[in-house]
Design a protein around this ligand. Structure first.
Ligand code: ADP
Ligand code: MG
Length: 218
């Protein structure tokens, strides 16, 4: 099956004065459609940097990345950033519907996806009048209103309790089951249980993929 994303020898270095940090070190990966893939690794191991490279938010120093970010077809890529990234001047509903307003084809009803993530009653509030967990679920909902070929989520349950982690996990797993590739950086065992493939990351190096058995979620 044709991969949705293909990385070959991807390296990213950060320079801090004289110090050079290799945040992503010679990573080669292929991400297939119809999969929910976990990226697991300690804090500082390079997960967010790698996700930023894959979604085109940052440029690699070496190597190549083929994927939706270089087609300029933004309906094919959805992102749930670690920093959530709602626009404060829009209501929760307007934030969730923003990809559609920007021209991406709607795959599902905005109200429906908000209900599903337990934020239906908050639709008319500005984000600042909601909890961080609710804002994070709105960011997940915003990624679900289109049918992206690739959905990238950076620790999307970091502010969720168990019931809401299950809501987020089920929604992401459904997107994968419908044929998308879902790539999720996470430490969360409840989310990992739903992943079909697990990559481990340490010091910028991706050490391998498995079927989720024996995952060390540290
Ligand atoms: P993770 O998401 O796994 O916690 P990150 O990708 O955020 O890891 O960070 C990987 C490494 O790169 C860390 O050592 C971090 O300090 C460093 N780093 C991340 N962003 C920057 C930046 N903008 N400038 C310098 N160093 C950075
Ligand atoms: Mg991170």
């Amino acid at each position: 099956m044709t991969a949705i994303v293909r990385l070959a020898g991807v390296t990213k270095r950060y320079r801090r004065g004289r110090e050079v940090v290799t945040a992503v070190d010679d990573v080669s990966l292929e991400l297939p459609p119809g999969s929910m893939i976990a990226l697991v690794g300690p804090s500082g191991s390079g997960k967010t940097t790698l996700l930023n490279l894959i979604c085109g938010g940052d440029e690699a120093d070496d190597g190549t990345i083929a994927g939706p970010h270089d087609t300029a077809d933004w309906s094919q890529l959805a992102i749930v950033p670690q920093t959530i990234g709602l626009l404060p001047e829009l209501t929760m509903r307007e934030n969730v519907g923003l990809p559609i307003r920007l021209g991406a084809p709607a795959a599902t009803d905005v109200g429906e996806v908000m209900e599903r993530l337990g934020i239906g009653l908050l639709a008319d509030r500005p984000p600042e009048e909601t909890s961080l967990g609710e804002q994070q679920r709105a960011a997940v909902a915003r990624a679900l209103v289109t049918a992206p070929g690739l959905l990238i989520a950076d620790e999307p349950t970091s502010h969720q309790d168990e019931a809401n982690t299950d809501r987020v996990g089920e929604a992401l797993a459904d997107v994968a089951a419908s044929g998308s590739c879902v790539l999720v950086a996470t430490h969360d065992g409840r989310l990992l249980d739903r992943c079909t493939m697990v990559f481990h990351m340490r010091d910028g190096v991706v050490t391998g993929a498995g079927d989720g058995v024996g995952v060390d979620a540290t």
